[in-house]
Ligand binder design. Structure first.
Ligand code: AMP
Ligand code: ZN
Ligand code: ZN
Length: 313
C-alpha cells in the first residue's frame, strides 16, 4: 500500500485512506468529514426537509450505529430530534446482544431508545416466520422488518424513518435487480421513499457511503457494535456480486459510487415513471395497509398467519 498521506483537514499524518476522494484523514477528522458528507447528501436529496422527529432503525451493526451517531450530530445542527428504534427479532443470543448494543449507543448520545419485541407485538419471532415458509431467510426477515419498522416509527410519533443501508448494499441490490430483470423492484429502490404505505417517509442517508467507511467511523470513535453474525443468514449469489464489485472498485476508485448515484438520479426515476403504478394498489383485508398487485392480504399478514399457525404454507 502507498505511504500514508497527510490529513486533508489538519495536515497531521493520516490514519484513514479514502481512495474515491483521493484523500487521507486523521482519526479526529475522518468522522467530521464523513458527517459533513452525509449531511450534504441528505440535503441534495431533501431527506430531512420538514423533519422534526427522525426514528433511526438501529440493528446494532456498524452501519446503523454510525447512522445514529451521525444523525444525532446533524440533527443538533439543523434542528430535528432523533429516536433510536430497535426491533427484537427473537433470534436467540444474536438478538440479545444486538438490543444491548442499540441501548448502549442511545445512552452514550442521550437519545430516546425504543425496543419493539416482535413476539409480544405480532405473536411470532423471525425464526418462526422463516420455518413456516420456503422463502429464503433474509427475504422473509427483510419483509417483516420493513413492515414492523414502518409501524414502530409511526407509533413513536416520528415523521421520518432512517435506515442504515450503505453504498455496497445498494450496489448489490441494483446489480441483482438487473440480473433478474425485476424492473418493479428496481423502480422502488430509491434513497427517499415518500410517506405512502406508512405515515412516515423513509430515507437511506448512507446510500452513498461505502461499508468500509462506516466500519472506520465506528472503529475510530470506539463505538459498541455487534460482532455476532446472524445465524439465519443464507449464502446468496448477491454476496459473490458484492465481493466482485469491491474488486472493480479497487481497480477503479469511485466506480461503485457512480454506479449507485447515476442509478438513483437517472435510471430509477425513468423506471418509476414506466413501472410504478399507484392505481393497482389494494388494501389488506387484515391490517388495512396497501397491498401490491391487488392482493387481498399483504405479504406481512400472510407471513404472520403462517408463523402463528393461523394458516398453512
Ligand atoms: P439489513 O436488512 O440487516 O441489511 O439491515 C438494513 C437496515 O435495516 C439496517 O441498517 C438498520 O437500519 C435496519 N435494521 C435491520 N435490522 C434491524 C433491527 N433488528 N432493528 C432495527 N433496525 C434494523
Ligand atoms: Zn486531521
Ligand atoms: Zn396486512
Amino acid at each position: 500500500m502507498a505511504k500514508a498521506g497527510r490529513c486533508a483537514i489538519c495536515g497531521r499524518p493520516g490514519t484513514v485512506r479514502v481512495p474515491h476522494a483521493n484523500a487521507w484523514f486523521c482519526d479526529e477528522h475522518f468522522p467530521t468529514w464523513l458527517e459533513r458528507r452525509i449531511r450534504r447528501v441528505a440535503e441534495r436529496y431533501g431527506m430531512f426537509e420538514g423533519s422534526r422527529r427522525v426514528a433511526v432503525a438501529v440493528s446494532g451493526g456498524k452501519d446503523s450505529v454510525t447512522l445514529l451517531h451521525a444523525l444525532k450530530a446533524i440533527g443538533d445542527e439543523v434542528g430535528f430530534e432523533v429516536v433510536s428504534l430497535h426491533l427484537d427479532l427473537g433470534i436467540g443470543e444474536f438478538s440479545r446482544a444486538s438490543a444491548e448494543v442499540a441501548r448502549r449507543n442511545a445512552e452514550m448520545l442521550g437519545v430516546e431508545s425504543v425496543v419493539v419485541d416482535l413476539k409480544s407485538k405480532y405473536g411470532f419471532t423471525v425464526p418462526e416466520a422463516v420455518r413456516s415458509t420456503r422463502r429464503p431467510a433474509c427475504s422473509t426477515c427483510g419483509l417483516v422488518k420493513r413492515y414492523a419498522l414502518g409501524e414502530a416509527a409511526e407509533d413513536v410519533g416520528a415523521d421520518t424513518l432512517a435506515t442504515g443501508h450503505n453504498l455496497d448494499d445498494m450496489a448489490q441490490f441494483i446489480a441483482m435487480g438487473y440480473q433478474s430483470g425485476d424492473v418493479e423492484e428496481l423502480a422502488r429502490l430509491r434513497p427517499v421513499v415518500p410517506a405512502e404505505h406508512y405515515a412516515v417517509k423513509s430515507v437511506k442517508p448512507l446510500f452513498l457511503v461505502y461499508e468500509r467507511e462506516t466500519a472506520e467511523y465506528a472503529r475510530v470513535k470506539g463505538l459498541p457494535t455487534v460482532s455476532l453474525k446472524c445465524p439465519l443468514k443464507d449464502a446468496t449469489s448477491g454476496w459473490i456480486v458484492r465481493e466482485k464489485m469491491k474488486e472493480v472498485e479497487e481497480a477503479m476508485p469511485g466506480f461503485m459510487m457512480r454506479f449507485v448515484q447515476e442509478f438513483a438520479e437517472k435510471i430509477q426515476p425513468a423506471l418509476a415513471e414506466r413501472y410504478l403504478r399507484e392505481g393497482e394498489v389494494g388494501r389488506c383485508r387484515i391490517c388495512g395497509r396497501p397491498t401490491s398487485k391487488g392482493r387481498e392480504i399483504c405479504s406481512f399478514c400472510a407471513v404472520r398467519m403462517r408463523a402463528t399457525g393461523m394458516a398453512t404454507a
